[in-house]
Design a protein around this ligand. Structure first.
Ligand code: ATP
Ligand code: ATP
Ligand code: CA
Length: 218
């Protein structure tokens, strides 16, 4: 059986989730308080309804108990976001993803029992900041509060040297897990692998170690 989804809140974030899920052929129930938003998504998703997600009775009537994964994408109204999450949790929804507005909101959502809390503005801000620091930093993914993965262009500083020459693990505590070279991907490279300046390195490590690596080699 195909998984079913519901998206509550059709702002830019919830809206793009709806569009992408629908494009992938998924069944999506989209819900918003705002009638114009609902009309905007009527042609895009399987079902679009105007309703208040803080009304438990309404959610039950709409058949939310049968939905596998609910995404709560209510932005500014933190109270509505928390109450909605709580109701969904009490209804026994198996997977609830919620967009958090700030760190306090996130803490409460975790306590209420949200299965996944996302922070798109903060995370995208961080990724862009790393991108701005150096043209060679291509991407940045947060693994936990203090560990990340970065994608960097080797550049002049690392080009022409082997991993042994650079001694990255010993000097910076980070690991190169893969090297992208044109269309080729070298997973778990050998220590003797020579890096070329146009290689893209996938580096994993603690944030403090990655910062030192970025400062000295990128
Ligand atoms: P984004 O940053 O993703 O664009 P936004 O900042 O526009 O979102 P809001 O407008 O605060 O975020 O919220 C997103 C949507 O959630 C809005 O369209 C709003 O109508 C809807 N919404 C807010 N409260 C409720 C509720 N109780 N039930 C259903 N929808 C709600
Ligand atoms: P280690 O004890 O750090 O695993 P090692 O004695 O096994 O090192 P090699 O695997 O030959 O030695 O690698 C020598 C050095 O080259 C390592 O200490 C490390 O600094 C660096 N190095 C090798 N492979 C990587 C990698 N994938 N990512 C980062 N650094 C590497
Ligand atoms: Ca917003």
């Amino acid at each position: 059986m195909k998984k079913t989804f519901a998206v509550i809140g059709l702002g830019r974030f919830g809206g793009s989730i709806c569009k992408e899920l629908s494009r992938e052929g998924m069944e999506v129930l989209a819900l918003d308080l705002d009638e114009t938003k609902v009309n905007e998504y009527r042609e895009i998703v399987s079902h679009a309804v105007m309703a208040d997600s803080t009304d438990e009775f309404v959610l039950k009537e709409l058949g939310f108990t049968n939905i596998d994964h609910v995404i709560v994408a209510i932005g500014d109204n933190i109270q509505a976001s928390m109450l909605t999450t709580l109701i969904l949790k009490e209804m026994g929804i198996k997977m609830i993803t919620v967009k958090a507005q700030n760190d306090y909101h996130e803490k409460i959502l975790n306590k209420i029992g949200a299965d996944q809390v996302v922070h798109p503005e903060r995370d995208m801000g961080r990724r862009i900041a790393h991108h701005i620091i150096s043209d060679n930093i291509l991407d940045y993914i947060e693994l936990s509060d203090d560990h990340s993965v970065v994608e960097v262009k080797a550049g002049e500083k690392m080009g022409g040297q082997t991993l042994i020459d650079l001694d990255i693990r010993a000097q910076y505590g980070c690991n190169i897990v893969a090297i992208k070279r044109g269309k080729e991907v070298i997973v778990s490279p050998m220590a003797a692998e020579e890096i070329t300046k146009s290689d893209v390195l996938i580096v994993i490590g603690a944030d403090k170690d990655i910062n030192r690596f970025e400062k000295h080699l990128v």
